[in-house]
Design a protein around this ligand. Structure first.
Ligand code: TYD
Length: 213
């Protein structure tokens, strides 16, 4: 089923500046006259926020299997898609999501779960509406870690090793090669305002309003 909305996801390692860019992008898009809905995945629904807490709480010693982890991320996404994203797109909004399925492909992919299995699960769950545009904020793992360490205590995912995060970064870059029409990689090792300008023009161009403003 088609909709009149536009769906953008922003992806990257923890510490890549994703959340800042999502906020700046939403401000830029608000000037186009389109209604903008901002969400975060996992989260942005009552159920999703509870699942997010379960997934990210650092719980030393409490095992989380790779498939259980994948299932929980998908459960949160399913609720988010049904409750917020689908209605917003049907209404014609621009939806900006802080992470979406590429996070599962990169992070759970780095656990060893195959891309085809993850895509098949999305299909089975009816999560077939992919983003129209995905921006990956790319940054070397050491830089992302340094940025993150100046913030709050690491969550369960952030506690993973550097080699895990290297696999996540490689996974993202590989996805950009697999889906070149949907995914754009931006160098995140630059001032936030410079990235925001590039990201804003990119999205506005795809929305076909860029040339008029
Ligand atoms: P994130 O949304 O980046 O929040 P914060 O900026 O507060 O750390 O954190 C979500 C974490 O969950 C991040 O480490 C990536 C991970 N993640 C997955 O492993 N799989 C997924 O499908 C999603 C959406 C996130």
């Amino acid at each position: 089923m088609s909709d009149s909305g536009f769906f953008v996801s922003v992806e990257g390692l923890d510490g890549s500046g994703k959340t800042t860019q999502v906020g700046l992008l939403a401000q830029t898009l608000a000037t186009t006259g389109r209604r903008v809905t901002v969400v975060r995945d996992p989260g942005s629904t009552a159920l999703g926020e509870r699942v997010r807490d379960l997934l990210l709480e650092p719980r030393a010693g409490a095992p989380v299997s790779h498939w259980a982890e994948t299932a929980l991320f998908l459960a949160s996404r399913l609720q988010l898609a049904e409750e917020v994203i689908r209605p917003a797109l049907t209404h014609g909004d621009v939806v900006v999501s802080d992470r979406y399925l590429d996070s599962t492909l990169a992070y759970q992919g780095a656990r060893g779960i195959s891309r085809s299995e993850i895509l098949e699960l999305h299909r089975l769950f009816g999560l077939t509406r992919l983003p129209d545009l995905t921006v990956i904020l790319d940054l070397p793992v050491v830089l992302a870690q340094t940025r993150r360490e100046s913030g709050t205590a690491p969550d369960r995912m952030e506690q993973e090793s550097s080699s895990y995060h290297e696999r996540v970064r490689a996974g993202y870059l590989d996805l950009a090669g697999q889906f070149p029409d949907r995914i754009v990689v931006l160098d995140a090792d630059r001032p936030a305002d410079e990235i925001a300008r590039q990201c804003g023009s990119l999205v506005k161009d795809r929305l076909n309003v860029g040339r008029a403003t």
